[in-house]
Structures are given as C-alpha cells and as structure tokens.
Design a protein around this ligand. Structure first.
Ligand code: ATP
Ligand code: MG
Length: 690
C-alpha cells in the first residue's frame, strides 16, 4: 500500500472519480482486500451516530456541494439572527485572474456569536448546565461555571470594556493562560463587537509586542503569573516589556487589565503602572451581570489570530462572525458526533485556532460542557490526562499527535491504571498522525472502542476540512478520510491541473466554505499572494495530499518539505510514520539534504522510547523498517539521535530548522522565537556526529 502510494506520487496517474472509492466501500468491494487496514465503528456506535452510514454521508455531502446556499442556510437558521441575511447567501471569488479575492457568507445578516453561545442556550432551558469545568495546574484545584454563571461573568467584563471606551471594531489583545477568564474574555469581546486577538501566553515579550503593534489594542488583558508544571512564569512582566517596546514605537495601550491568579503569586509582588494597570478583581465584580448585545453583520470581524509559525513569520488571519459561527458549530457537532450528554475536553490552548474553534465557540454554540485545563499533560506525571478524563467523565477527548507520541513513549501503565470508561470519541489535530501512534491511541487509550477523528484543517480554514465522521464509515489509521460537508478539496499537479482518482499532489480547495478566513489583517495582497496565486482558481493549503483507491485522503506533510530522491517525490509524513512504527522509536522527523548522486538524500532525526540506548544495530533496524515499508529508495542516509525535536509552541515539528542542522548551516537557523524549547537545538547540534 505504502509503496503504491509513493509510486503514485512520482507518476501522478489519473483514474476514477473521487467519491467512487467510498461507493466501493459501501458495496463491500474494498473490504475484500486484505491489504487495507480498515477499522470499523461498532454497530452500536453507528446506530446512535448523527451520520450513521456512508450512504447518509454521501447524501448530505452531495447536497452541500450542489446547493451550498440551501444547505448552509438551513443550518444557519437554527441560530438566532436579529435580522436575516440578504438574498445572496454567499459570494465568492477565489480566482485571482478575475479580480480581488473575496469571500462573504450571510452578508446583511445581523447576529452575535456570544449571544448564540450563551443566551440562546439559556433560553432553551440549559442555564443550569455546566458550561466549563476548570482544572488547575495542581491536581485538586478546580471549579466550574454553569451557562448562567458564565453569561454573568462575560457580561461584567463586557460592561467594563464598554465603560473604558472599547467599541465595536476595536481590538483587544488577550495574553492569558488557560484560566476560565480566557474564554470569558473572548466572549466578552464578541458580545460588544470588539475584535479579540489572543496571543499564546508562552510567547516572548518581542512576539507579543509585534502583535500589539500590528493590531493596536486599547486594552491588553493578562494575569500576574501562572504555574506551568512546577515552573512559575511572570506573565505581567512580559506584558510590561511588550508594552514598553510598543510604546517606544509610538503605539500606546490605555489599559492593562490584570487578573490576580491567586494560585500563582501574591499581588504585592507585581510591578504596577498607576493609571494604566488595573486589577481585574478590583473592578470587574462591581459591574452589572447583564449586558446588551451589540448586533453585528455576519461579515464583521470576530477575531484576529496568528498562525503557528511552523514555516516562518506567523500570518495574521482574520475571521468574521456569521460564517465562522455556523461552520464551527456544525463541524463540532458532526466530527465528534456530539450529543448533549457528552463531556468534552480539547487539550489545545486558546492561543491557537483549535482553542478558538474547538475549546470556545464550536462547543459552546452546541451547548456543550467543556473541560478547560490550565496545566501540563505530564504534570505531576504522565497519567494526568486520564486522571482528568476519569474525574470529569470526559467522553470526547481531542488532542495532538505530539501529545499522543510523548505519552506513548512513557509506557502504557500510565494509561491502563485509569478507567477511561467514559470515553467514546477521540480526536487528533496539528500534524499527520502516524499510523502506529493512531493504533496506540485507539487500542490503549480508547480500548479499541472509540473512533478517532483525525481532523485536517488550518488557522485559515476556521474549522475542520477533511475529517472522519465517527460512525459513518470505516477508518484507516493515519488517514483524515473524507471532506466535511461543503468542502471541495482537490489535488492538483505542479501545473495546477486537477488530478482524479488515486493520486498525489498539492492540496487545494475549489470553492469557499462558511468558516474560511477573509484576509490577512492589514495585508490583503499577502493573502492573495500566499494562498491564491500558486494555483489560480483555488485556495492552496500549502500541504501535500494523496488519495487512495477508496478515495481516502492522506496528508503527506507540507509541500515545501517534500523530498526528491532520484526523482521519487517523498512526503515527510510517510517516512516518519515508517520510522515511528519501529517499537523502539518514539518520534521522528525527516528532511532532505543535498546528495551528489540522488539529488536529495533522506536525513532522519529520531527520538527513542524512554530508556532505550542508542546503538548501531538499532540504527540499522530503523533503516530496514523504512526499506521494507516504503522501498529502498526511501531508506534514510543518516539517522541523527534526537533526545528532543524543535517544535512550535503548538507542538508541531519545525523542519525548517532541522534542515539547517542536517546541512550544517548552523549560522542560518533563522527565527527560532516561536520554538517551544530553544535548547533542543543546541542539544541536536552537539549530537550531530554521534
Ligand atoms: P504557519 O502557517 O505559520 O507555518 P502552521 O501551518 O503550523 O503555521 P496552523 O494553522 O496552526 O499553523 O496549522 C495548520 C497546519 O497543520 C496544516 O496546514 C497542516 O500542515 C497541519 N495539520 C493540522 N491538522 C492536521 C492533520 N489532521 N493531519 C495532517 N496535518 C495537519
Ligand atoms: Mg500554515
């Protein structure tokens, strides 16, 4: 299977239509084949699922692409609109040759996403339902808010913001750890039509300053300090430095609203600038617990968020209100098969898009109960996640491959000592999930009972684009399966020509979907150049993808990372997955390096399972695994032992830096400011010739 996949990458053949593969699954043809690793949802699961069969999916999918206006207006009508959208449900121009790139959904419709998250759910009788369970860094430290309580807190902050002059369209920067106050702040902004820009509270003062200077907020919301594992981080000091830097560049911020995070440190220890700095607890509780909603146009901006920065300087992605609301709610409901009795936990930080769409908006729009976790998943030990799952009876657990691999490395006993009986759906996002990590997640964490939604999407897409619908069809470990409703992904060759059937190439999308981003903040030209120019007529994702004979999509990694060995184009994901399938390999990252004969050679960074020593034999057996699974041409030329890999703060491997280490261009490492732990770079350099 792998071999064919690689060959097809090299030849890019054409064949049958896209959905025909799934038809084959329905007819049972594909199931006869031994080489396919199909994992079926249980009959019980499928019976209760929103989408219970491939036929049902195809029926809904067909309507969603044949009649997008009808499909999405039906769903949008389930939300509250102060005024209905105009005659034209959506407008799009994705073709740069026809003029300005423009996407609009539900234009003219007046609504408010905070109202739809909170007031609407309360009005339908869910005011006393738990909206947020909060779990602190220290086990035992927790609290919760019902929908009624959450609304009251949001309104108090919204009233304060209005009082200090924040108006519709104004920017607010939020630099908070995963306290309840983070989603509260986002919702408060949305309630008054302010545009939030959440900056992950692990970023440096310089990165924060850059973002402040970009969007010029009236207010920055932060807290004094936070505990991360056993380490204390003084957030307010970082904000102070960022505000000083932006002031030196002529950008002044009126107010720094600071939450006293009591678990972390005493108030008296915080440096204070009178007139600018305000303690949250001193002012917010005094404000009324109700606050009128600012009705905004569906196309008014909701938030600004920077991408993870895996490939370089982060891009300021702008999302608007109406389409994003409809899209995040719908994707959440179907991809996780959400039911009102579920308890949902997503481990992502609100500093990333996942924390926007699938900690905050998507779940709350569905009236869900959400777990918000402040701490680190390895503190106090590697069993913390399952402790939390058992404690709150979490039924849907959504995380990233990086966490799955790191827990896998620690051993099964940290998982098996917890019950995890409440779990019913698992999810993964951020990188391709290696099939072996998928199986571990499925078998060990989910007791072979819970479907895994491997959701492919991006900051830019707002919500899931390619994702399993658990219950609808059999899964293949490592495949993101099929497009979500309304999404028309296409695979194009280097000339931008769509290729059909079993193939591999550049992943593009050929029409708009409601959750699509509308621009890069302040730089529409860069938006058009980055996403719509490489393949005119399409949105280009920057990722590579292959489609197998059953129509399943396999993300192969970023196209900039593709390695060309003697004319074979090899995606990073494939070689990495082969390496990780070795029982002693915990994580792997491959890059191409110049090679005299082959053009490019494969250079693999490998992290071993806890306690396994490096050896020459192991090196050989790792190379063998790749030879056997993919082919001799894909065998790594070099294995570089890596105690840790450079990752973005959202947990993605940064191959850009690994490429420089592999080619020993050590003075060209570039911007390392978005790295989670810059010290791994020195460690890798030191181990280069071992
Ligand atoms: P930047 O664009 O600044 O380099 P980034 O692309 O890492 O950063 P995000 O928007 O957070 O920023 O990540 C989206 C990318 O993550 C996708 O383009 C893809 O490469 C990867 N990705 C996300 N989910 C999946 C998945 N389920 N399977 C494969 N890849 C995924
Ligand atoms: Mg990206």
């Amino acid at each position: 299977n792998h071999l064919r996949h690689v060959e097809s990458m090299a030849k890019l053949p054409s064949g049958a239509g896209k959905i025909t593969g799934l038809n084959a699954v329905i007819l049972g043809e594909a199931l006869a084949s031994e080489e396919d690793d199909l994992v079926f949802p249980s009959e019980n699961f499928s019976r209760q699922a929103h989408v219970s069969s491939p036929q049902k999916y195809l029926e809904m999918y067909r309507r969603s692409v044949q009649d997008p206006a009808g499909f999405w207006s039906d769903i949008a009508s389930e939300f509250y609109w102060r005024e209905k959208w105009g005659q034209q449900v959506y407008f799009e121009n994705l073709d740069i040759r026809k003029g300005k790139i423009q996407i609009e959904w539900f234009k003219g419709g007046m609504t408010n996403i905070c109202y739809n998250c909170l007031d609407r759910n309360i009005e339908s009788g869910n005011g006393d339902k738990i909206a947020i369970y909060w779990e602190g860094n220290e086990p035992g430290l927790d609290s919760s808010l019902t929908y009624n309580q959450l609304l009251a807190r949001v309104c108090q902050l919204a009233n304060y913001l209005k009082d200090i002059g924040v108006r519709k369209g104004d920017a607010v920067v939020i630099y908070l750890p995963m306290l309840m106050e983070l989603p509260i702040a986002m919702l408060a902004c949305a309630r008054i039509g302010a545009v939030h820009s959440v900056v992950f509270a692990g970023f440096s003062a310089e990165s924060l300053a850059q973002r402040i200077m970009d969007c010029r907020p009236k207010v920055v919301i932060t807290c004094n300090a936070v505990m991360r594992g056993s380490k204390i981080i003084y957030l307010k000091e970082i904000v102070d430095r960022a505000l000083m830097e932006s002031a030196q560049n002529g950008i002044n911020t009126d107010v720094c609203l600071t939450y006293e995070n009591v678990s972390a440190m005493k108030k008296e220890m915080t440096k204070w600038i009178k007139g600018r700095d305000i303690w949250w607890q001193d002012v917010i509780p005094k404000y009324p617990v109700t606050c009128d909603v600012e009705w905004v146009d569906a196309e008014d901006p909701l938030f600004l968020l920077y991408t993870s920065g895996s490939t370089g300087k982060p891009k300021g992605v702008l999302h608007t209100t109406g389409g994003y609301m409809v899209y995040t709610a719908t994707t959440f409901k179907y991809a996780f098969d959400y039911k009102p009795t579920d308890i949902y936990w997503c481990t992502a930080d609100c500093g990333w898009i996942t924390g926007h769409s699938y900690v905050t908006y998507g779940p709350l729009l569905n009236g869900a109960t959400v777990v918000v976790f402040e701490g680190a998943p390895s503190y106090p030990d590697a069993g913390r996640c399952w402790d939390i799952v058992d404690k709150f009876k979490v039924s849907i657990f959504y995380t990233a491959p990086t966490l799955v691999r790191s827990l896998m490395r620690e051993g099964d006993e940290h998982v098996s000592r917890y019950s995890r009986k409440s779990l019913r759906v698992l999810g993964s996002v951020g990188e391709p999930i290696n099939p072996s990590a998928w199986r571990w997640f499925f078998n060990v964490v989910g007791d072979a009972r819970c479907p895994i939604s491997d959701t492919w999407w991006q900051t830019e897409t707002g919500g899931f684009m390619i994702t399993p619908l658990p219950g609808a069809w059999p899964q293949k470990p490592g495949s993101a399966t099929f497009p979500f409703f309304g999404v028309q992904p296409v695979i194009v060759d280097e000339k931008g020509v769509e290729i059909e059937g079993e193939c591999s190439g550049y992943l593009c999308v050929k029409s708009s979907w409601p959750g699509a981003f509308r621009t890069l903040y302040g730089d529409h030209e860069r938006y058009e150049a980055t996403y719509f120019s490489a393949f005119p007529g399409y949105y280009f994702s920057g990722d590579g993808c292959s489609r197998d004979k059953d129509g399943y999509c396999w993300l192969t990694g970023r196209v900039d990372d593709v390695i060309n060995v003697s004319g074979h184009r090899i995606g990073t994901a494939e070689v990495e997955s082969a390496l990780v399938s070795h029982p002693q390999c915990a994580e792997a990252a491959v890059v191409g390096v110049e090679h005299e004969v082959k053009g490019q050679g494969i250079y693999a960074f490998v992290t071993l399972v806890e306690g396994v020593p490096y050896s020459d034999d192991l090196r050989k057996s790792l190379v063998m695994v790749v030879r056997n699974q993919i082919g001799a041409f894909a065998a790594p030329d070099k294995i570089h032992w890596a105690p840790g890999l450079p990752k973005t703060r959202s947990g993605k491997i940064m191959r850009r830096i690994l490429r420089k280490i592999a080619s020993r261009q050590l003075d060209e490492l570039g911007d390392t400011s978005t790295l989670a732990d810059p010290t791994v770079v020195d460690q890798l350099i030191a181990l280069a010739d071992c």
